[in-house]
Design a protein around this ligand. Structure first.
Ligand code: ZN
Length: 424
């Protein structure tokens, strides 16, 4: 999120606090040794709020290459000597309360940087305490930690990007940033030039709530209108990546490449699914058509067989049986089986069968002779067609009923019928 210039300055000022310092030694003012008797006398005077003075030697700050402090900031090595000198004359406070006069316990009277080794520096200070409460706390051993506060006098850079913070990147001190190779780096803010502002006594050392991320949370909450905001210990891109990784069922450590591959996979799957759905629709439609056709074929065969056996009559009777077959094929078959062959033929009439249909085409007189029977094949097919039957389908049906030569069966049946009629 974008911060105002004021909020950036606030962040930069807030992060430059270290809580690594401690009191090294105490002396009575003027350099006298603080033996038991002098300590008791000084403490009594402090409690009585008399005019007291206590010199305190402090290891105010230490910085070593490769070691990260709690606030994840460091001073440029080349800025360390000047930084140490700048502490002289600054206030010794309680809890970094810069704007509270009552919090002043004394003054830093000596301040310098000691270079221990290459990349290893210590800022050593002497504070002269004059506020009786501060003197009392020091004498009672209640000052557990000492911390410095610095002020940037030059650019503050992102250790990862090497550019001033909030310009090219939005990395906060302490952000965990994953590199291309999957390794995670923790961002430090590098103060290229700074001066000491104050030195403070603190009740304890590294306070978890005082880290840069809580500073960030507070500043961003203020920028958002003061609403509550969760304390996040990583930058926003990290959080987004983790959320994506979780949504994609990837490990929390999944890198950009892995996440992009997973998302591309999802996109491809969705396209594939769309195609599959369309194909499935076509298949279903084909299946339904096939079922309907099979059903129709079964009904046709059922009706033709019944007609051939004279169990039903064409017309209304056939329609009823088709309807029953459509409603319940097993029931229709059961009832049909129970019917006697020829039962549908009205008394005095020929069967409503294929043979009947073939027997007497209009205008063709039955001859009752073998010669007429020999001519039957032509008449059979023509007659069937004339009555709306498909000779091939009927032959197939006869074949299904056990006829080895359906055509012949048809011819014989026609001949018999012709003979019968001729005989009447
Ligand atoms: Zn950066």
């Amino acid at each position: 999120m974008r911060l105002t210039a004021e909020q950036r300055d606030q962040a930069i000022a807030a992060v430059a606090h270290s809580v690594t310092g401690r009191i090294v030694e105490m002396r009575a003012s003027g350099g006298g040794e603080l033996d038991s008797a002098r300590r008791s006398a000084l403490l009594a005077a402090a409690v009585a709020r008399e005019d007291v003075e206590l010199e305190v030697d402090i290891l105010a700050f230490e910085q070593k290459t490769g070691e990260r402090n709690y606030n994840c900031f460091r001073f440029r090595d080349g800025a360390m000597m000047a930084l140490g000198r700048s502490g002289e004359g600054t206030p010794f406070l309680r809890d970094h309360k810069k704007y509270d006069s009552e919090a002043v316990g004394g003054t830093i009277t000596k301040s310098r940087t000691e270079k221990v080794a290459e990349g290893h520096y210590r800022i050593l200070q002497t504070a002269t305490l004059r506020e009786p409460k501060a003197v009392e706390r020091a004498l009672r051993g209640l000052i557990h930690a000492v911390s410095i506060g610095a002020r940037a006098t030059g650019p503050v850079e992102c250790s990862l990007c090497g550019t001033p913070v909030f310009e090219d990147c939005y990395h906060w001190a302490g952000d965990e940033v994953e590199g291309e190779d999957g390794s995670v780096a923790i961002v430090e803010w590098v103060y290229t030039s700074a001066v000491l502002w104050e030195t403070s006594e603190c009740p304890i050392g590294a306070v978890p709530t005082a880290g840069p991320q809580s500073i960030r949370a507070a500043i961003e909450a203020a920028a958002n209108g003061g609403g509550p905001r969760p304390l996040v210990n990583k930058d926003s891109t990290m959080n987004l990546r983790e959320a994506l990784a979780a949504a994609l069922s990837l490990a929390a450590t999944a890198g950009d490449t892995e996440i992009i591959a997973a998302v591309n996979g999802l996109v491809a799957s969705r396209a594939e699914l769309t195609i599959a759905n369309a194909e499935l629709g076509v298949l279903r439609s084909e299946r339904d058509q096939l079922r309907a056709a099979q059903q129709a074929t079964a009904a046709d065969e059922f009706v033709r067989a019944a007609l051939a056996e004279g169990k039903i009559a064409a017309g209304e009777d056939e329609k009823l049986w088709r309807a029953m077959f459509a409603a319940s094929e097993p029931r229709a078959r059961e009832l049909m089986t129970a019917r006697a062959a020829g039962c549908a033929t009205p008394v005095g009439q020929a069967r409503q069968s294929v043979v009947t249909a073939a027997a007497a085409p209009a205008g063709v007189a039955p001859t009752g002779t073998q010669a007429a029977a020999a001519a039957a094949p032509v008449n059979v097919e023509a007659a069937l067609k004339e009555h709306g039957y498909d000779p091939a389908a009927i032959q197939a049906q006869l074949s299904a009923l056990g006829s080895k030569d359906p055509k012949k069966t048809l011819e014989n049946a026609a001949a018999r019928e012709t003979a019968r009629r001729g005989g009447n």
